[in-house]
Write a protein that binds this ligand. Structure first.
Ligand code: NOJ
Length: 551
């Protein structure tokens, strides 16, 4: 750990999915003015940074992850003036704005692609990835799109296929073209000059691909391009950069986020997510949560990045199910388990990310009909799974567990219609439980999930051991309990958490015993940790000691 931790190593980030956060004009779609109107709420929560999912001009085939103009704002979200106002108003409250940099692909409506597809020798043809048909006139390779079907679409005008790892309306950019890279860096500098705090980088591990060899993630040129990007854009500035990297391992994370590497601040890694997916049906087949496997992943990452590199910490985002539904209990123990999950995550070493609504314990949505879903991936996969012979009921059970729309229903501000998100008709239905799970119901309640998040976020600001202390895991094979210490200069924090809805009796290892001060707890608890204790359902607490362990 460097002597002086960077500002983003002490920060907590809050992710906003603008479409679903707050609608200021009643058109049913969240917008930038809506976000501005909720900045005081975020200041009171204590967060330092907002990661804004894309707000750029877009036909919204993938809700903005298909950008048609990198330097303009989608009209449903507002204008560049609105954006500047957001940056300024957020700054007044000590909050920075992270933009979502989607540069593996653009929309098919981007002017670059419109030009590229006009002729084989069009000036910008090489900004995208074109290949001749296979001898049978089919796609050049058997690469599949993440959203279903082939990753190649034939463009009849020029008789070649273009690559799209996501929807056919999201053509992949050709990062091997230096002019394309220069255009991206110019655009990034333009946003940096507008005063942003950094970038979240969409599927950044895909930009160095070698598609003819079938290599998409973690390709041979990935780290060269990231170092070049760093030199050409944020290298001289003090920004937070976080790359989405589904392929990342603790070893490659050291390349991305190593102190002297000149790449990124950190990556989002997903090993703890994908290890919970089904072998055949992936996330579309619910699988029970396996705590021991989960802890193994967390330990590998915490220990693997102990001396260099940096971890991001998150339970959810706009692509993942609601944390309390996936890892906790969204029924009887919703409040206890949401607090437990928050406690476990925020005491780990790394930068915590809170996804909108997580801080009030929002849950997965109980949609019954495929027509209630809006997400392109869910809709495409429904067709694909049914064509492969799966029953609609089996798919729907998977969607209720893991569809991206679980995270995309409107933010629940109050018990009013649509959770107070809009006065119009929301673009996606609100979760019916907004009448009891909402911000208004928790704002003034010290025992609420929201109060727990405020406290955790506040503690990180004041406790150096929470920011940079060493991580030491315990009880790794225990099927119900997660236990770890954080250690710094004689200071010590012990975190214990029960991931089940039953009492758990524990014999504590000597290292965890002692008498200290309770920093946070979701049940009444003294700071005395003796030889044995019983953890109540989903109980979690953190205790600070200023001495060596006893016993
Ligand atoms: C990852 C984003 O998080 C997801 O929402 C999007 O669909 C894909 N990348 C494609 O941009």
């Amino acid at each position: 750990m460097p002597e002086n931790a960077a500002w983003w190593q002490k920060s907590t980030v809050y992710q906003i999915y603008p479409r679903s956060f707050a609608d200021s004009n009643g058109d049913g779609i969240g917008d930038i003015a809506g976000i501005v109107s909720r900045l005081d709420y975020l200041r009171d929560l204590g967060i330092d940074v907002i990661w804004l999912s894309p707000i750029f001009a877009s036909p919204m085939d993938d809700n903005g992850y298909d950008i048609s103009d990198y330097q303009d704002i989608a009209p449903e979200f507002g204008t560049l003036d609105d954006f500047d106002r957001l940056v300024a108003e957020a700054r007044k409250r000590g909050i920075g704005i992270l933009l979502d940099l989607v540069v593996n692909h653009t929309s098919d409506e981007h002017r670059w692609f419109r030009d590229a597809r006009t002729a084989r020798d069009a000036p910008l043809r090489d900004f995208y990835i074109w290949r001749d048909p296979a001898p049978d006139s089919g796609p050049p390779t058997d690469l599949k799109s993440v959203f279903g079907g082939p990753a190649w679409t034939l463009d009849p005008l020029t008789g070649q296929y273009y690559l799209h790892q996501f929807s056919r309306r999201q053509p992949d950019l050709n990062w091997d073209n230096p002019d394309l890279r220069a255009e991206i860096y110019r655009m990034m500098n333009w946003w940096q000059d507008r005063g942003i705090a950094g970038f979240r980088m969409d599927v950044i591990d895909l930009i160095g691909k070698d598609v003819d060899k079938g290599i998409t993630a973690d390709g041979p040129r990935l780290h060269d391009y990231l170092r070049e990007m760093h030199r050409s854009t944020f290298g001289g500035r003090d920004l937070l950069t976080v790359g989405e990297a589904w392929s990342a391992t603790p070893e490659s994370a050291l390349l991305y986020s190593g102190r002297d590497r000149g790449e990124l601040s950190m990556v989002f890694q997903f090993e703890h997510v994908t290890q919970q997916w089904h072998e055949t049906w992936g996330k579309w087949q619910p699988k029970p949560f396996d705590l021991v496997a989960f802890k193994r992943v967390i330990d590998r990452w915490q220990l693997g990045l102990a001396d260099d590199g940096w971890n991001s910490l998150f339970w959810g985002n706009h692509d993942l199910p609601r944390a309390v539904s996936k890892y906790g209990d969204d029924g009887q123990y919703r409040v206890e388990s949401a607090k437990m999950l928050a406690t476990v995550l925020h005491f780990l070493r790394g930068t915590p990310y809170v996804y909108q609504g997580e801080e009030i314990g929002m849950t997965n949505v109980p949609f019954q009909r495929i027509g209630q879903y809006r997400d392109i991936e869910t809709l495409n996969m429904y067709e694909e799974h049914l064509a492969a012979g799966r029953s609609a009921a089996a798919f729907m059970a998977g969607a209720r567990a893991n569809s991206r729309d679980n995270a995309r229903t409107p933010m629940q501000w109050s018990a009013e219609p649509h959770g107070g998100f809009t006065t119009g008709t929301p673009w996606i239905e609100a979760n019916p439980n907004h009448d009891r799970i909402n911000v208004a119901a928790q704002s003034d309640d010290d025992a609420s999930i929201l109060a727990c998040y405020r406290r955790l976020i506040g503690l990180r600001k004041t406790l150096p051991v929470m920011q940079t202390g060493r991580y030491a895991p315990h009880l790794s094979d225990h099927p119900a309990v997660m236990a770890y210490e954080r250690l710094l200069d004689g200071e010590r924090i012990v975190v214990l958490a029960n991931f089940t809805g039953a009492d758990v009796h524990l014999d504590l290892p000597d290292a965890l015993k002692g008498t200290g001060k309770v920093l946070i707890a979701n049940y009444p608890r003294s700071g005395d940790l003796g030889a044995a204790l019983t953890l109540a359902p989903f109980e979690a607490f953190a205790i600070a000691f200023d001495s060596k362990p006893t016993g």
